[in-house]
Design a protein around this ligand. Structure first.
Ligand SMILES: Cc1cc2nc3c(=O)[nH]c(=O)nc-3n(C[C@H](O)[C@H](O)[C@H](O)COP(=O)(O)OP(=O)(O)OC[C@H]3O[C@@H](n4cnc5c(N)ncnc54)[C@H](O)[C@@H]3O)c2cc1C
Length: 486
């Protein structure tokens, strides 16, 4: 790299920032000065991979979690080098390796360091510990204002700021300061403090039954021996568990198999009939037929589901706004339980707790939550038209991110929305970008120098949430970014 190398600034150093940095350094046709701005001490960890809970595991096999989607055995090579599996033999199950999320965070951090000064393009990757508060464009550069008041100039910017904050349901708004209510279990140490207070006789309510709830329940099961846990959600749907991959299909795959799969063609059975529009109804019908077909032939339903999931980014943009919103309102919860699967270790621990009578799942809506003078909570649930009132010692909110809420004006996204550089996408769960991830502002114009990648583009691409989809999204985005820089 020399002093005139173009500067690529990546805002946010979670998985998205890390994979963009590493892929840019490895694939750029010219040397770049890559700066990742991230307040946390280590790059790659982001929100999911910085906690230390030994029961929180990555929910997919490691080959799908490489930092570089063109080098899918990279994680395996790191595992062999570090001998990590000696310390964590439970990571391996009969059909794959499911790392602790904290160890995966270490993998990501060390992988960025591996390529920081030694990579195919002669680029450098530097970590600047700060937070970006504002961004504006000049005629040929981007100006980033840091929390410290300093400014930094960039030739190109990739925003990788992840998800919005957790959603606190209105019914819990007045209880967030109450000591036995955890409103954001993923942030800070609220959950650890609660675990320290819980006794074996405690009754704990978990609001939500998705992957976050599964993580929280594993923590509770280990740290609060004996406490009884009731997890509830409107439909009571629990994520499916991971399945063994198709061994035949996995044999002798090239390093590029992940990119080939996700960027491959949309299967013909998903197309609507000639002259017909893409609709949620025809997609459901096509997938149901495919799943039945697979099941008849003795194949797992997940295989058919995964074929469609892998290429969602290609057909989601073909649905009308009404169809997208219909999917989000009616079907997303069903899609999510099939899509976001439990690691086998977590599934086993939950099964054991259900059998032992320590854990139950119910389909109930919370309609009232009251703090009692004795420090407990009185919760009123509604199920099939009946109200059920129960007392609990603690309540943990696991309802997920506030995807469709107001954009917080205190965040970088909020300041960019105010200045017109960012705009909500038509599904209302992220921000508008063009096919090359360039942000599309309020005026409808795309910004040539600012791109957005990762979960905040899910409204445009349907499913840019998991590591493998983000890594392949970065792979697709980078050629246009290199074109802009050269
Ligand atoms: C609990 C949990 C578990 C998950 N488990 C898996 C899994 O097992 N497998 C999988 O594939 N996916 C998993 N996911 C999905 C996950 O979203 C992606 O894998 C990936 O971590 C998203 O990375 P990200 O960098 O976009 O977001 P994040 O990890 O949220 O990182 C965003 C980063 O941006 C930084 N940032 C934000 N604003 C600014 C700013 N203004 N200036 C500078 N920095 C900023 C933050 O500090 C943060 O470090 C999980 C998600 C969650 C929440």
């Amino acid at each position: 790299m020399n002093s005139s190398s173009p500067r690529l600034v990546i805002v946010g150093g979670g998985f998205t920032g890390a994979t963009v940095a590493v892929q840019a350094a490895r694939r750029s046709p010219i040397a770049l000065e890559i700066v990742v701005i991230e307040p946390n001490a280590e790059l790659g960890r982001g929100l999911p991979y910085r906690g230390g809970d030994p029961d929180h595991r990555v929910n997919g096999p490691i080959a799908t979690h490489s930092i570089d989607p063109l080098d899918t055995s990279h994680v395996q090579r790191w595992l062999e080098r570090t001998k990590l599996l000696v310390e964590d033999p439970d990571a391996q199950c009969s059909f794959g390796t499911f790392l602790r999320r904290s160890d995966y965070g270490r993998y990501l951090h060390e992988s960025v360091l591996e390529f920081a000064n030694k990579n195919e393009s002669g680029s450098t990757i530097r970590h600047r510990r700060s937070r970006v508060s504002q961004i504006h464009l000049t005629s040929n550069q981007v100006v980033l204002k840091l929390q410290t008041g300093e400014s930094l100039l960039a030739d190109s910017v990739v925003l990788a700021f992840g998800n919005p904050a957790s959603r606190v349901p209105p019914i819990l708004q007045d209880l967030t300061e109450y000591p036995c209510v955890v409103s954001s279990p993923l942030a800070g140490d609220e959950l650890q403090r609660l675990c320290a207070q819980i006794s074996p006789a405690s009754q704990v309510a978990v609001m939500g039954t998705s992957l976050t709830a599964a993580d929280v329940i594993s923590t509770l099961l280990r740290q609060s021996a004996g406490a009884r846990i009731t997890a509830f959600s409107r439909r009571g749907l629990i994520p499916h568990r991971q399945r063994p991959p198709d061994a035949q299909a996995q044999a002798n795959l090239p390093q590029t198999w992940l990119v080939d799969r996700i960027n491959g063609p949309v299967p013909s059975y998903l197309y609507p009939g000639p002259g017909s529009a893409w609709t949620v109804r025809h997609l459901c019908r096509a997938m149901r037929g495919r799943i039945q077909n697979h099941t008849r032939q003795g194949m797992p339903w997940q295989k058919a589901f995964d074929e469609a999931r892998d290429v969602v980014w290609q057909f989601w943009p073909l649905l009308s706004q009404t169809e997208k919103q219909r999917f989000i309102r009616r079907l997303r919860v069903w899609y999510d339980v099939a899509r976001f699967r439990l690691p086998p270790q977590t599934a086993e621990s939950l099964d054991k707790a259900v059998t032992a009578g320590r854990l139950s799942f119910c389909a109930q809506s919370l309609v009232e939550a009251k703090a009692l003078n004795n420090g407990r909570l009185k919760l009123t649930f509604r199920s099939k038209g009946h109200d059920i009132v129960k007392e609990f010692d603690a309540l943990i909110n696991c309802t997920g991110f506030d995807l469709g809420g107001e954009v917080d004006p205190q965040t970088l996204a909020g300041t960019m929305v105010q200045s017109g550089l960012l705009a909500r996408d038509e599904s209302g769960i992220g921000f508008r970008v063009d096919e090359n991830c360039r942000v599309v502002g309020f005026s409808g114009q795309s910004s040539p120098r600012i791109r957005l990648a990762g979960p905040a583009t899910a409204g445009v691409f349907g499913d840019s949430l998991g590591a493998m989809f983000i890594a392949v999204q970065a792979h697709r985005m980078l050629p246009s970014l290199f074109d802009d820089l050269t």
